[in-house]
Design a protein around this ligand. Structure first.
Ligand code: AMP
Length: 282
C-alpha cells in the first residue's frame, strides 16, 4: 500500500492503470465495517483507494469534531492487513486549498433536511462538499459506501447525478457490518463507556423488532414501543422512523408493496448512534 499526502502524487500514480479505480472515503478510526468496503472493491478486481480525512465542514457540533476518534497509525496497520492499494491522507489545505467556502455546496433539497439533516443542520452540505471534492481529486470509476449511513448514500447518489464527472462513478452500497451482539460498527463506538457499550445493541434490537412486527403490527404502536424501550434503557431517541427507501419521506404505516427502511438515531450520554434496516423491498 502506498500512502499519498498530495493529490497530484496520487493522480500521477493512478493515471494509466489497467484496473478500474475504486474509492472508499472514510474519516478514519477504521474498523471491520470500513475494511469490508475495501474487500468488496478488491474482490471486484478494482484498484482500491481509501482516504482518511476528518472533514470539519460536516460537523455541526464542535465537540463532536474535536472528540472524533483519530488513530492514524492503527488505521495504517489495519489497512496494511487489508486489500487497500493506496491510502490518500490529505491535510485540510490539500482538500480545501482556497478554503471550504470556495468549494461547491450542492443543494439536496428535501433529502438534506430530513432525519439526520433535521438533527444535524448543515451536515449533508458538508458531506456533499467533501465527497464532491474528493471525487474530483481521485476520479474513481467506483465508489463504495456503507448502508450504515443510509441517508448519506442517498445524498451521494444525488450528488453523483449533479456532478458532471466523466466517467460517472458507480455507487455500491455495502451491507452494515455488526458486532456479535448486533451493534453496528462505528468509529463513535470507541467513545462509549463499558456500561454504555453494553446498552448500545438495544438500537439493533429495536430495528429487528420493527422488521418482525411489520407483518402484522401497527407502525405507530411499534414505534412507541421502541421509543419507550430506548428511553427505559437510558437513551435519548432523536428519531425512530419508517421511511420510503428511495426518498426517505416518512411513512404512516407498514406497506409490503413499498420499499421501506427503519431508521433510528439515539444518544447515549453524549454519544450519538445511528442505525437502519430494510423493512420491505419494492
Ligand atoms: P466514516 O469513516 O464513518 O465516514 O465511514 C466511511 C464509510 O464506511 C462510509 O461509507 C460508511 O457508511 C462506511 N461504514 C461505516 N460503518 C460501517 C459499518 N458498520 N458497516 C459498513 N460500512 C460502514
Amino acid at each position: 500500500m502506498i500512502i499519498f499526502r498530495k493529490a497530484s502524487d496520487l493522480q500521477r500514480h493512478l493515471a494509466g492503470r489497467d484496473e478500474a479505480i475504486a474509492f472508499i472515503p472514510t474519516m478514519g478510526a477504521l474498523h471491520a465495517g470500513h475494511t469490508s468496503l475495501i474487500r468488496r472493491a478488491h474482490e471486484a478486481g478494482h484498484f482500491t483507494v481509501c482516504s482518511i480525512f476528518v472533514n470539519p465542514t460536516q460537523f455541526n457540533d464542535r465537540e463532536d469534531y474535536e472528540k472524533y476518534p483519530r488513530s492514524t497509525e492503527a488505521d495504517i496497520s489495519l489497512l496494511l492487513d487489508s486489500a487497500c492499494d493506496a491510502l490518500f491522507l490529505p491535510e485540510e489545505q490539500e482538500v480545501y486549498p482556497a478554503g471550504a467556502d470556495a468549494v461547491t455546496a450542492y443543494d439536496f433539497g428535501r433529502l438534506e433536511n430530513l432525519l439526520e439533516g433535521a438533527h444535524r443542520p448543515g451536515h449533508f452540505r458538508g458531506v456533499g462538499q467533501v465527497v464532491g471534492r474528493l471525487l474530483e481529486l481521485v476520479r474513481p470509476e467506483h465508489l463504495y459506501m456503507g448502508q450504515k449511513d443510509f441517508q448519506q448514500c442517498l445524498i451521494v447518489r444525488n450528488l453523483l447525478g449533479q456532478m458532471s464527472l466523466s466517467p460517472r462513478p458507480q455507487l455500491h452500497i455495502s451491507p452494515t457490518v455488526r458486532e456479535d451482539d448486533g451493534l453496528a460498527m462505528s468509529s463513535r463506538n470507541r467513545r462509549l463507556s463499558d456500561p454504555q457499550r453494553a446498552l448500545a445493541p438495544v438500537i439493533y434490537q429495536c430495528l429487528v423488532s420493527i422488521q418482525t412486527k411489520a407483518e402484522e403490527g401497527a407502525w405507530p404502536v411499534v414505534r412507541k414501543e421502541c421509543e419507550d424501550l430506548l428511553r427505559d434503557k437510558g437513551f435519548e431517541p432523536e428519531y425512530v422512523s419508517l421511511a420510503d427507501s428511495e426518498t426517505l419521506e416518512s411513512l404512516d404505516g407498514f406497506d409490503p408493496d413499498r420499499g421501506s427502511v427503519a431508521l433510528i438515531a439515539a444518544k447515549l450520554g453524549k454519544i450519538r448512534l445511528i442505525d437502519n434496516m430494510f423493512v420491505s423491498q419494492r
